[in-house]
Design a protein around this ligand. Structure first.
Ligand SMILES: [Zn+2]
Length: 391
């Protein structure tokens, strides 16, 4: 077999196999063969053999990323998406959804157009852009979190169509509060357009949440955060999200947004295949001061915050999220890898990504090498190591 690269893996944790010594053959950026190392076809290609102190996992897929290192994805700079993508790549994120906070309509439209271009013309050496995540502007003012009141809008079909058109097919996710008047029509429009619709920044009741699932909503944005409180007589969005096995939940596992006991409870109640680890990372990660859309934020007490202390996203990276859920006993490593890679792929499904099961034959060769402490040692993107000098 004429392969570019062979990777012998002592442990491939892809959610389906554990502690199995396997090899991958990689050609032109794709996995072309995968199987037990003992059955590996003869080849003369370059080989990288990893010892038992290391393991290989699929590249992380982060569907909720606002920024990194002083750069917000809505910044009006040609290379904003390049800078944010590159920063997260070295932490193991090989595919992502640039996430747009509620801001002026013109700014949202311009960012959607830039994301559309970045998705259409893939830049070598940068994580693949799966499409935009539009977090707003149809959010409940009472659960707006760090979204500025002035940027929130009542659900509006004309505006929704304008946003869809600007993205040109590159709108992957929309977060919306389904209880707002007119929201159901927007949900149906987006669902019919192939956008994954997620409930968030919402005061919806349990029944309103079920109705939204029936109308096409498939996930809940950062479960626990910016939604009605979990009450035993009023289960609300949280209760519905946990109660409905088919629904995906985003989770910010930084120990600040959600207390670890709640993370453990969620992981006992909800199938891991339906929990997508996200970072909700902002430009405050690695910067003294930064912006989130049109607002100033700073990194304080383990998260990003507005001046009044309101949580405004995080400073989390996917490798830390993975270590967090494992080290706090919420998930096994296999489950955590699943939630960091496979679950978000399955949520976005199929054509947006190219393969629902990462590292299967035909899938992009996007992978992360972890050491025994689950620190990122190296990252492969489309069959090429990004190299330790990038770290
Ligand atoms: Zn966010």
């Amino acid at each position: 077999m004429n392969a570019d690269l062979r990777v012998d893996i002592p442990l491939l944790n892809d959610g389906s196999s554990a502690e199995t010594a396997v090899s991958l053959l990689i050609e032109q950026g794709l996995v072309v063969w995968r199987g037990p190392t003992s059955d590996s076809p003869p080849s003369t290609c370059e080989a990288r053999v990893l010892d038992s102190q290391h393991c290989v996992v699929p590249g992380f897929v982060d569907i909720h990323v606002h920024g990194a290192q002083g750069v917000d994805v809505t910044d009006d700079a040609a290379d904003a998406l390049v800078a944010v993508g590159a920063a997260h790549l070295v932490q193991g994120t090989t595919a992502w959804c640039p996430t747009i906070v509620s801001c002026a309509t013109e700014r949202m439209l311009a960012t959607l157009e830039r994301v559309g271009r970045a998705r259409a013309v893939r830049s070598a050496g940068l994580p693949r852009v799966l499409g935009a995540h539009l977090e707003g502007p149809f959010l409940n003012p009472d659960r707006r979190g760090a979204h500025p009141m002035t940027a929130l809008r009542a659900p509006d079909i004309a505006l929704a169509k304008e946003l869809l058109a600007a993205a040109g097919g590159a709108l992957a996710l929309l977060t919306i509060a389904p209880e707002l008047p007119g929201a159901m029509a927007v949900i149906e429009l987006m669902h019919d357009a192939g956008v994954v619709v997620s409930i968030g920044h919402s005061q919806a009741t349990y029944q309103q949440t079920l109705d939204a699932f029936a109308a096409g909503c498939r996930s809940v944005t950062h479960l626990f955060n910016a939604m009605s409180a979990f009450h035993h007589r009023h289960p609300g969005v949280m209760g519905a999200a946990i109660d409905c096995d088919d629904v995906w939940c985003e989770l910010i596992a930084d120990g600040v947004h959600v207390a670890w006991p709640m993370v453990r409870l969620l992981c006992r109640a909800k199938p891991t295949e339906r929990i997508a680890l996200i970072t909700d990372c902002t430009a405050a990660w690695g910067a003294a001061s930064a912006s989130l859309g049109e607002q100033t934020i700073t990194a304080r007490d383990g998260a990003a915050r507005l001046n009044d202390g309101t949580l405004a996203g995080s400073t989390l990276t996917m490798d830390r999220a993975l270590r967090g859920v494992v080290e706090h006993g919420a998930m096994s490593l296999t489950q955590a890898v699943y939630s960091a890679s496979v679950a978000p792929c399955a949520l976005l499904a199929g054509e947006l990504i190219g393969a629902v099961r990462p590292l299967s034959v035909g899938a992009p060769a996007d992978l992360v090498v972890l050491d025994a402490q689950r620190q990122v040692v190296d990252v492969m993107l489309a069959g090429r190591w990004i190299g330790t000098d990038r770290r």
